[in-house]
Design a protein around this ligand. Structure first.
Ligand code: BGC
Length: 763
């Protein structure tokens, strides 16, 4: 019934569209059936093998080991190979020299852009601008597809509440609803209408299914364990939203779920993903995710590979467990031929949908490269989008925007780097291209004056830590001069100027995969530098580079302005100049909580109340849920971000104080730009279910609108509230709304809200 219902609905919407779709599906089935009839068992298993192809070199690709495997039908796809010539050459081996001439699929981690790089995903999410996010994915798809890529390992939608985990930089923060909206926008950008009718449409891969963002202690790849209720209410929605958007593929996560690694977890991969959510694409393991189940302690390579296939993994990334053991497992009846056929069919269907059987070189048109990649148009858009991702955390006395005539000292280890600008996971970026901050600021103020630069300190005192934090060509050129010499030069530079811009924080590789931290301060050497700069008494702007929330209590108390610029992509430096000098008014809002100190972690806005909540505004009360030494509040809460202008919210007006399951109500506020700049505000809607059959969060994001107003302008902003929005997973994991009282909150961030009440009544 589950599968028939959407089909019926579709048919009633348009018989023609339905017939057309059915026709295409049956043509595809016929084609794939025929092909599979001709395939040997080995060739079918070969399709399930995804290889890194590390030995492939343009001009010699045909002589590589990988090519030999392709010839003998042992590879179904390759990933992270850059360059259309190379890809074309290797595709030729597949379609001219292998027995059945089955084309390969070429994947890549096109995470936040290709050569035109957009802000790291966490930064991008802070724009709360779904059109911009979709556009960034569209441009990434246009560029990647012009260079031979037809499949991206994006979007990454792992909800995370732990900034110690380095991969918070790759996701959309702590909120499942917002994460779901972003997942949909990204998939639309990559896959468009899911028809792949155009060579710029590429397949997306939502990852890392599931719960990868909740490792114990924030340590990457670590154990995850949570109740099913927490899973479904707080972590799963973004994956499900991706499936609803028609995502072509899903990547399994490294972690375990309920004591079984995701790559071998049948409940996750088949019962939830396919049977509950209706996913029809293919599932790929993460990098060696299958063979890692040996270390997880659930069997040898043969057993874990059989388990992965049975669980519902269709493609094995790098482990070669499928390639080397599935035949044996079949002989020993650990798996059936049908298990192999199902997986093989899904891979072949993906290739069919992409149009690779019609034209294996569809993504290998060399003429598109020069026209479509890193174009001025794409870069201009990336610059605008980057400026929307920055979050103004503090701006005392309106220090920002700066006047171009001011004499400016630019100080810090991030002030003069090219390679660190794009941020982590920008594998296709040309690291020699981004403008440094120093160059961009100098260009913005013109020749009449000069930016005064000093490095001021190394990234960290610890040279080994700096080496780990600047891998993959992201060196910061460690300065061999002593701290004292660097500091002296910086202070002399600062003394000559009116205002200090301190470009400090993390290097780009200090976040990302396998970059967990146990300390979230700005690194030692830089913190010392900042303290000395503040002591000069000159106004200081902290330009914060970071891939995660940092602990900034000292900075918030002592530095006049803080602009968090994350890692803004290839055009980051120009975008920073735009915001610093007021060409663009910042409008980013945090999608992850900034804690006051490390011990508060996990700290997130949509927490439960507990039986002993601390009264609002209090710090400590004995026998309440609190700490002796720090209050429960965030330094900067979810949804927070300032502007050069100010916004005023009216009280909430409800169209009715009650609704039932069949109707809806409208909640409105009037927003006024009460400052003197035009600006954009993200108006946020939160709801609290005051009395549930299970405990419910103190608030949950249910809607948002980004509104642009001229100085002095007002506008009514309305949200429709439906019973659907009030649903949650109850004790029996049923998705239900329950009658009762609700609080509705609208505001500028998750802390500062206006509140009203309504009741949901039985019909
Ligand atoms: C990461 C994935 C990535 C894959 C392929 C893994 O280490 O976890 O996010 O897509 O490598 O590069």
């Amino acid at each position: 019934m589950k599968k028939i219902f959407p089909l019926l609905l579709l048919c009633s919407l348009g018989a023609i569209a339905c017939t057309q779709q059915q026709k295409e599906t049956s043509e595809m089935s016929r084609f794939v059936n025929k092909l599979m009839d001709e395939m040997t068992l080995d060739e079918k298993i070969g399709q399930l093998n995804l290889s890194g192809g590390g030995d492939i070199v343009t001009g010699q690709a045909r002589n590589s080991n990988t090519a030999e495997k392709i010839r003998s039908g042992q590879i179904g796809g390759l990933f992270n190979i850059k360059g259309v010539e190379k890809i074309r050459e290797i595709q030729r081996v597949a379609v001219e020299e292998s027995r059945l001439k089955i084309p390969l699929i070429f994947g890549m981690d096109v995470i936040h852009g290709y050569e035109t790089v957009f802000p790291i995903p966490l930064g991008l999410s802070c724009s709360w601008n779904m059109e911009a996010i979709e556009e960034s994915a569209r441009i990434a798809a246009i560029e990647a597809s012009s260079d031979g890529i037809c499949w991206t390992f994006s979007p990454m939608v792992d909800v995370s509440r732990d900034p110690r985990w380095g991969r918070v930089s790759e996701g959309n923060g702590e909120d499942p609803f917002l994460g779901g909206q972003i997942a949909k926008a990204m998939i639309k950008g990559y896959q468009q209408d899911n028809s792949y009718s155009d060579p710029t449409h590429i397949m997306a891969c939502v990852k890392h299914y599931a719960l990868y963002g909740a490792p114990e202690g924030g340590r990457d790849y670590n154990t995850v364990d949570m109740s099913r209720q927490r899973m479904f209410n707080e972590y799963m929605y973004p994956y499900q939203a991706a499936v609803e958007a028609g995502v072509a593929s899903v990547m399994a996560s490294f972690n375990e779920v309920d004591g079984v690694p995701a790559s071998g977890n049948k409940w996750l991969m088949t019962e939830v993903l396919r049977e509950k959510w209706g996913f029809e694409g293919f599932v790929v393991s993460d990098y060696t995710g299958i063979s890692e189940m040996i270390a997880h302690g659930i069997g040898n390579l043969q057993n874990v590979s059989a388990r992965a296939l049975k669980a519902g993994i269709d493609m094995d990334m790098v482990s070669e467990g499928f390639l080397s053991t599935l035949k044996k497992s079949l002989d020993e009846k650990k798996i059936t031929e049908n298990d192999i056929n199902k997986a093989c069919r899904r891979i072949l269907e993906a290739k069919y949908k992409l149009g690779l059987f019609d034209n294996p070189y569809k993504y290998c048109d060399g003429t598109r490269r020069s026209k479509n990649i890193y174009t001025q148009e794409h870069r201009d858009k990336a610059r605008r989008i980057a400026s929307e991702s920055f979050v103004l955390l503090k701006n005392q006395d309106g220090l920002l925007p700066l006047k171009k005539q001011a004499s400016i000292a630019l100080i810090g280890p991030l002030a003069n780097t090219r390679s660190n600008m794009p941020g982590t996971w920008s594998v296709a970026a040309d690291l020699s291209k981004p403008t440094t901050l120093l160059e961009a600021l100098q260009k913005a103020i013109g020749d009449s004056s000069k930016i005064h630069y000093a490095k001021g300190s190394n990234l960290t005192e610890d040279a080994e830590l700096e080496a780990r934090a600047t891998m993959f060509g992201r060196e910061l050129g460690r300065d061999s001069r002593s701290h004292e010499t660097l500091l002296k030069e910086a202070l002399e530079t600062a003394q000559r100027c009116d205002v200090i811009l301190a470009a400090l924080g993390e290097s780009s590789e200090m976040s990302g995969e396998s970059s967990s931290r146990s300390n979230l301060d700005i690194p030692d050497a830089q913190q010392r530098l900042l303290k000395e700069l503040v002591k000069t008494g000159k106004p200081v702007v902290l330009l914060l580079f970071t891939g995660r929330p940092l602990t900034l209590s000292w900075e918030d108390a002592h530095v006049q302005s803080i602009l968090n610029v994350w890692f803004g992509g290839s055009e980051a430096a120009e975008a920073i100049a735009d915001v610093l000098f007021g060409e663009v008014n910042p409008s980013g809002k945090l999608t992850c909580t900034f804690p006051k100190n490390l011990g508060q972690i996990p700290l997130y806005y949509n927490h439960k109340n507990t039986g002993r909540p601390l009264a609002t505004g209090k710090w400590f009360e004995k026998f309440r849920s609190n700490y002796l030494d720090v209050d429960n509040d965030a330094l900067y809460p979810f949804g927070y971000g300032l502007s050069y202008t100010s916004f005023e919210y009216s009280e909430i007006r409800l169209s009715s104080k009650e609704m039932n399951f069949n109707n809806q109500l409208t909640a409105s506020i009037v927003l006024r730009n009460s400052g003197s700049f035009a600006g954009s505000e993200v108006v946020q809607l939160y709801i609290r279910d005051c009395e549930g059959s299970v405990t419910r969060p103190v608030k949950e994001l249910k809607g948002f609108q980004k509104v642009t107003l001229q100085a002095g302008e007002s506008r009514e902003v309305s949200f429709t509230v439906t019973a659907e929005m009030l649903k949650f997973y109850n004790y029996d994991l049923k998705h239900v709304a329950e009658a009762g009282d609700f609080e509705i909150m609208i505001g500028t961030n998750s802390r500062d809200v206006k509140t009203a009440k309504f009741e949901l009544k039985e019909n």
